[in-house]
Design a protein around this ligand. Structure first.
Ligand code: PGA
Length: 296
Protein backbone atom coordinates (compact mmCIF):
# COMPACT_ATOMS: atom_id res chain seq x y z
CA UNK A 1 0.00 0.00 0.00
CA UNK A 2 1.37 3.41 -0.99
CA UNK A 3 1.89 5.78 1.91
CA UNK A 4 0.75 8.89 0.21
CA UNK A 5 -1.55 11.59 1.51
CA UNK A 6 -4.65 13.22 0.17
CA UNK A 7 -2.89 16.59 0.21
CA UNK A 8 -0.24 15.20 -2.09
CA UNK A 9 -2.90 13.88 -4.46
CA UNK A 10 -4.72 17.20 -4.49
CA UNK A 11 -1.47 19.09 -5.18
CA UNK A 12 -0.59 16.64 -7.95
CA UNK A 13 -4.04 16.91 -9.52
CA UNK A 14 -3.80 20.66 -9.62
CA UNK A 15 -0.23 20.82 -11.03
CA UNK A 16 -1.12 18.15 -13.61
CA UNK A 17 -4.19 20.11 -14.61
CA UNK A 18 -2.52 23.50 -14.96
CA UNK A 19 1.01 22.27 -15.77
CA UNK A 20 2.27 25.10 -13.58
CA UNK A 21 3.36 25.10 -9.93
CA UNK A 22 2.51 28.75 -9.48
CA UNK A 23 -1.01 28.42 -10.94
CA UNK A 24 -1.64 25.29 -8.83
CA UNK A 25 -0.44 27.10 -5.71
CA UNK A 26 -2.78 29.99 -6.47
CA UNK A 27 -5.77 27.67 -6.99
CA UNK A 28 -5.04 25.78 -3.76
CA UNK A 29 -4.31 28.92 -1.72
CA UNK A 30 -0.86 27.60 -0.87
CA UNK A 31 2.64 28.91 -1.47
CA UNK A 32 4.55 27.62 -4.45
CA UNK A 33 7.28 25.95 -2.30
CA UNK A 34 4.54 24.16 -0.35
CA UNK A 35 3.11 22.71 -3.58
CA UNK A 36 6.59 21.74 -4.85
CA UNK A 37 7.25 20.01 -1.57
CA UNK A 38 4.03 17.95 -1.79
CA UNK A 39 4.99 16.84 -5.29
CA UNK A 40 8.55 15.96 -4.23
CA UNK A 41 7.24 13.90 -1.33
CA UNK A 42 4.80 12.14 -3.62
CA UNK A 43 7.58 11.36 -6.11
CA UNK A 44 9.62 9.91 -3.23
CA UNK A 45 6.75 7.67 -2.17
CA UNK A 46 6.16 6.48 -5.72
CA UNK A 47 9.87 6.19 -6.51
CA UNK A 48 9.43 7.88 -9.91
CA UNK A 49 9.46 11.46 -11.19
CA UNK A 50 5.96 12.69 -12.14
CA UNK A 51 6.96 15.88 -13.96
CA UNK A 52 9.87 16.97 -16.11
CA UNK A 53 10.94 20.47 -16.95
CA UNK A 54 11.91 21.33 -20.52
CA UNK A 55 12.93 24.95 -20.85
CA UNK A 56 10.41 26.99 -18.95
CA UNK A 57 7.58 24.45 -19.29
CA UNK A 58 6.77 21.41 -17.20
CA UNK A 59 5.30 18.20 -18.57
CA UNK A 60 3.90 15.00 -17.07
CA UNK A 61 6.31 12.08 -17.40
CA UNK A 62 4.95 8.79 -18.66
CA UNK A 63 4.55 7.61 -15.04
CA UNK A 64 2.96 10.97 -14.22
CA UNK A 65 0.45 10.51 -16.99
CA UNK A 66 -0.50 7.01 -15.88
CA UNK A 67 -0.69 8.01 -12.24
CA UNK A 68 -2.88 10.96 -13.16
CA UNK A 69 -5.71 8.66 -14.33
CA UNK A 70 -5.76 6.93 -10.96
CA UNK A 71 -5.44 10.03 -8.81
CA UNK A 72 -8.22 11.68 -10.84
CA UNK A 73 -10.53 8.72 -10.23
CA UNK A 74 -9.79 8.66 -6.50
CA UNK A 75 -10.59 12.35 -6.13
CA UNK A 76 -13.75 11.99 -8.26
CA UNK A 77 -14.94 9.18 -6.05
CA UNK A 78 -14.37 11.23 -2.93
CA UNK A 79 -16.36 14.03 -4.51
CA UNK A 80 -19.21 11.67 -5.26
CA UNK A 81 -19.16 10.38 -1.70
CA UNK A 82 -19.31 13.94 -0.42
CA UNK A 83 -22.32 14.77 -2.61
CA UNK A 84 -24.09 11.60 -1.58
CA UNK A 85 -23.53 12.29 2.13
CA UNK A 86 -24.72 15.86 1.79
CA UNK A 87 -27.85 14.54 0.13
CA UNK A 88 -28.46 12.03 2.90
CA UNK A 89 -28.03 14.76 5.52
CA UNK A 90 -30.51 17.00 3.68
CA UNK A 91 -32.95 14.15 3.01
CA UNK A 92 -33.42 13.18 6.60
CA UNK A 93 -36.98 14.29 7.10
CA UNK A 94 -40.63 13.65 6.66
CA UNK A 95 -42.57 14.19 3.46
CA UNK A 96 -46.10 15.20 4.22
CA UNK A 97 -48.18 14.64 1.12
CA UNK A 98 -51.92 14.54 0.44
CA UNK A 99 -53.36 13.07 -2.73
CA UNK A 100 -56.75 12.79 -4.37
CA UNK A 101 -58.19 9.31 -3.89
CA UNK A 102 -57.74 8.56 -7.59
CA UNK A 103 -54.04 9.47 -7.35
CA UNK A 104 -53.57 6.81 -4.67
CA UNK A 105 -53.40 4.23 -7.48
CA UNK A 106 -50.00 5.46 -8.62
CA UNK A 107 -48.58 7.64 -5.85
CA UNK A 108 -47.36 4.74 -3.65
CA UNK A 109 -45.28 3.43 -6.56
CA UNK A 110 -43.67 6.82 -7.02
CA UNK A 111 -43.06 7.15 -3.28
CA UNK A 112 -41.48 3.69 -3.17
CA UNK A 113 -39.01 4.65 -5.88
CA UNK A 114 -38.25 7.96 -4.20
CA UNK A 115 -37.70 6.32 -0.80
CA UNK A 116 -35.35 3.77 -2.33
CA UNK A 117 -33.16 6.63 -3.48
CA UNK A 118 -33.48 8.59 -0.25
CA UNK A 119 -33.44 5.96 2.43
CA UNK A 120 -33.68 8.39 5.33
CA UNK A 121 -36.82 10.11 4.08
CA UNK A 122 -40.07 9.11 5.74
CA UNK A 123 -43.52 9.65 4.29
CA UNK A 124 -46.89 10.60 5.60
CA UNK A 125 -49.45 10.03 2.85
CA UNK A 126 -52.98 11.18 3.30
CA UNK A 127 -55.60 10.09 0.75
CA UNK A 128 -58.71 12.17 0.44
CA UNK A 129 -60.96 13.82 -2.15
CA UNK A 130 -60.42 17.12 -3.89
CA UNK A 131 -62.43 19.21 -1.47
CA UNK A 132 -60.53 18.17 1.61
CA UNK A 133 -57.23 18.45 -0.30
CA UNK A 134 -58.04 22.12 -0.78
CA UNK A 135 -58.77 22.45 2.92
CA UNK A 136 -55.48 20.79 3.84
CA UNK A 137 -53.57 23.12 1.53
CA UNK A 138 -55.46 26.10 2.85
CA UNK A 139 -54.74 25.19 6.50
CA UNK A 140 -51.07 24.55 5.71
CA UNK A 141 -51.50 20.92 6.83
CA UNK A 142 -49.60 19.39 3.92
CA UNK A 143 -46.34 20.10 2.09
CA UNK A 144 -47.56 18.92 -1.29
CA UNK A 145 -50.79 17.76 -2.86
CA UNK A 146 -51.44 15.77 -6.01
CA UNK A 147 -54.71 16.66 -7.66
CA UNK A 148 -56.48 16.52 -10.99
CA UNK A 149 -57.06 20.23 -11.62
CA UNK A 150 -55.15 23.25 -10.33
CA UNK A 151 -57.20 24.92 -7.59
CA UNK A 152 -58.77 28.25 -8.59
CA UNK A 153 -59.88 28.70 -5.00
CA UNK A 154 -56.33 29.15 -3.64
CA UNK A 155 -53.20 31.07 -4.48
CA UNK A 156 -51.28 27.94 -5.39
CA UNK A 157 -48.30 26.85 -7.39
CA UNK A 158 -49.56 23.95 -9.55
CA UNK A 159 -47.39 22.10 -12.07
CA UNK A 160 -48.75 19.39 -14.38
CA UNK A 161 -46.60 16.26 -14.44
CA UNK A 162 -48.63 13.39 -15.90
CA UNK A 163 -51.67 12.70 -18.08
CA UNK A 164 -54.93 11.55 -16.58
CA UNK A 165 -57.59 10.11 -18.88
CA UNK A 166 -61.16 9.48 -17.77
CA UNK A 167 -62.94 6.65 -19.54
CA UNK A 168 -66.44 5.15 -19.54
CA UNK A 169 -66.32 1.73 -17.98
CA UNK A 170 -68.80 -1.08 -18.39
CA UNK A 171 -69.20 -4.75 -17.48
CA UNK A 172 -67.70 -6.95 -20.22
CA UNK A 173 -71.13 -8.26 -21.26
CA UNK A 174 -72.68 -4.80 -21.74
CA UNK A 175 -74.82 -4.37 -24.92
CA UNK A 176 -72.53 -1.54 -26.08
CA UNK A 177 -69.39 -3.62 -25.53
CA UNK A 178 -68.77 -4.33 -29.20
CA UNK A 179 -69.94 -1.00 -30.61
CA UNK A 180 -67.38 1.41 -32.05
CA UNK A 181 -67.46 5.21 -31.94
CA UNK A 182 -70.62 5.31 -29.85
CA UNK A 183 -72.25 8.76 -30.15
CA UNK A 184 -72.39 10.77 -26.92
CA UNK A 185 -76.16 11.16 -27.28
CA UNK A 186 -76.54 7.37 -26.94
CA UNK A 187 -75.31 7.68 -23.35
CA UNK A 188 -78.53 9.43 -22.40
CA UNK A 189 -80.21 5.99 -22.38
CA UNK A 190 -77.77 4.61 -19.78
CA UNK A 191 -77.61 4.99 -16.02
CA UNK A 192 -74.35 6.22 -14.51
CA UNK A 193 -72.83 5.61 -11.12
CA UNK A 194 -71.05 8.72 -9.92
CA UNK A 195 -68.44 9.63 -7.36
CA UNK A 196 -69.42 11.79 -4.38
CA UNK A 197 -69.77 15.60 -4.46
CA UNK A 198 -66.32 17.12 -4.05
CA UNK A 199 -64.57 14.46 -6.13
CA UNK A 200 -62.41 15.80 -8.97
CA UNK A 201 -63.54 12.98 -11.23
CA UNK A 202 -67.17 13.93 -10.61
CA UNK A 203 -66.55 17.63 -11.29
CA UNK A 204 -64.68 16.84 -14.53
CA UNK A 205 -67.46 14.53 -15.67
CA UNK A 206 -70.21 17.06 -14.91
CA UNK A 207 -68.36 19.84 -16.71
CA UNK A 208 -67.77 17.66 -19.73
CA UNK A 209 -71.44 16.72 -20.16
CA UNK A 210 -72.65 20.25 -19.38
CA UNK A 211 -70.41 21.58 -22.17
CA UNK A 212 -71.79 18.97 -24.57
CA UNK A 213 -75.34 19.73 -23.47
CA UNK A 214 -76.07 16.15 -22.51
CA UNK A 215 -78.11 15.19 -19.48
CA UNK A 216 -76.97 11.95 -17.94
CA UNK A 217 -79.12 9.78 -15.76
CA UNK A 218 -77.07 9.46 -12.62
CA UNK A 219 -78.32 6.92 -10.18
CA UNK A 220 -76.30 5.86 -7.26
CA UNK A 221 -73.52 7.97 -5.76
CA UNK A 222 -70.47 6.23 -4.25
CA UNK A 223 -67.56 7.70 -2.41
CA UNK A 224 -64.75 5.47 -3.68
CA UNK A 225 -63.46 4.33 -7.06
CA UNK A 226 -63.41 0.77 -5.74
CA UNK A 227 -67.13 0.80 -4.93
CA UNK A 228 -67.93 2.16 -8.39
CA UNK A 229 -65.85 -0.55 -10.04
CA UNK A 230 -67.63 -3.27 -8.06
CA UNK A 231 -71.06 -1.79 -8.79
CA UNK A 232 -70.30 -1.54 -12.52
CA UNK A 233 -69.16 -5.16 -12.55
CA UNK A 234 -72.36 -6.09 -10.77
CA UNK A 235 -74.41 -4.42 -13.50
CA UNK A 236 -75.73 -1.38 -11.59
CA UNK A 237 -74.76 1.00 -14.39
CA UNK A 238 -71.83 2.57 -16.20
CA UNK A 239 -69.02 4.49 -14.51
CA UNK A 240 -66.61 7.25 -15.47
CA UNK A 241 -63.24 6.76 -13.88
CA UNK A 242 -59.58 7.55 -14.43
CA UNK A 243 -57.73 4.87 -16.36
CA UNK A 244 -55.24 4.80 -13.48
CA UNK A 245 -57.84 3.08 -11.33
CA UNK A 246 -58.77 0.17 -13.59
CA UNK A 247 -55.57 -1.36 -14.97
CA UNK A 248 -56.04 -4.55 -12.96
CA UNK A 249 -59.69 -4.97 -14.01
CA UNK A 250 -58.81 -4.42 -17.67
CA UNK A 251 -55.98 -6.96 -17.46
CA UNK A 252 -58.22 -9.56 -15.91
CA UNK A 253 -61.17 -8.69 -18.20
CA UNK A 254 -63.56 -7.81 -15.36
CA UNK A 255 -64.35 -4.43 -16.82
CA UNK A 256 -64.03 -2.82 -20.22
CA UNK A 257 -63.70 0.67 -21.62
CA UNK A 258 -66.48 1.69 -24.02
CA UNK A 259 -65.46 3.27 -27.31
CA UNK A 260 -67.41 6.53 -27.03
CA UNK A 261 -66.91 9.66 -29.17
CA UNK A 262 -64.91 12.43 -27.45
CA UNK A 263 -63.58 9.96 -24.89
CA UNK A 264 -61.38 9.64 -22.96
CA UNK A 265 -61.64 13.01 -21.22
CA UNK A 266 -58.07 14.33 -21.24
CA UNK A 267 -56.86 15.72 -17.95
CA UNK A 268 -53.57 16.07 -16.08
CA UNK A 269 -52.24 15.42 -12.63
CA UNK A 270 -50.76 18.44 -10.87
CA UNK A 271 -48.31 18.68 -8.03
CA UNK A 272 -49.52 21.58 -5.91
CA UNK A 273 -48.39 23.66 -2.95
CA UNK A 274 -49.35 27.02 -1.54
CA UNK A 275 -47.60 29.92 -3.25
CA UNK A 276 -44.75 31.18 -1.11
CA UNK A 277 -44.60 28.00 0.98
CA UNK A 278 -41.05 27.12 1.97
CA UNK A 279 -40.77 23.51 0.94
CA UNK A 280 -38.57 21.22 3.03
CA UNK A 281 -35.58 19.66 1.25
CA UNK A 282 -37.46 16.35 1.03
CA UNK A 283 -40.63 17.94 -0.34
CA UNK A 284 -38.82 19.90 -3.02
CA UNK A 285 -36.77 16.82 -3.94
CA UNK A 286 -40.00 14.83 -4.36
CA UNK A 287 -41.54 17.54 -6.52
CA UNK A 288 -38.38 17.59 -8.65
CA UNK A 289 -38.49 13.78 -8.86
CA UNK A 290 -42.09 13.88 -10.18
CA UNK A 291 -41.29 16.50 -12.78
CA UNK A 292 -38.15 14.74 -13.99
CA UNK A 293 -39.68 11.31 -14.03
CA UNK A 294 -42.51 12.37 -16.26
CA UNK A 295 -40.65 14.97 -18.32
CA UNK A 296 -41.38 14.35 -21.97
P1 PGA B 1 -60.83 12.36 -7.09
O1 PGA B 1 -59.61 12.72 -8.03
O2 PGA B 1 -62.01 12.19 -8.00
O3 PGA B 1 -60.41 11.06 -6.48
O4 PGA B 1 -61.09 13.48 -6.12
C1 PGA B 1 -59.15 14.01 -8.21
C2 PGA B 1 -59.24 14.49 -9.60
O5 PGA B 1 -59.35 13.66 -10.51
O6 PGA B 1 -59.23 15.72 -9.77
Amino acid sequence: MLHLTLRQLIAFESVAKHLSYSRAAEMLHLSQPAVSMQIRQLENVLGLPLFEQLGKKIYLTEAGNEFHHHSHNILEQLNEAETMLAEIKGMRGNLNISVASTASYFTPHLLAEFCQRHTLATVNLSVTNRESLLQRLNNNETDLAIMGRPPDELDADATPFMENHLAIIAPVNHPLANERNIPLSRLAQETFLVREQGSGTRIAMERFFAEKNIRLTTGTEMSTNEAIKQAVQAGMGLGILSLHTISLELETARLMVLDVQNFPIQRHWYVVHRKGKRLTTVASAFKEFLLQKHAT
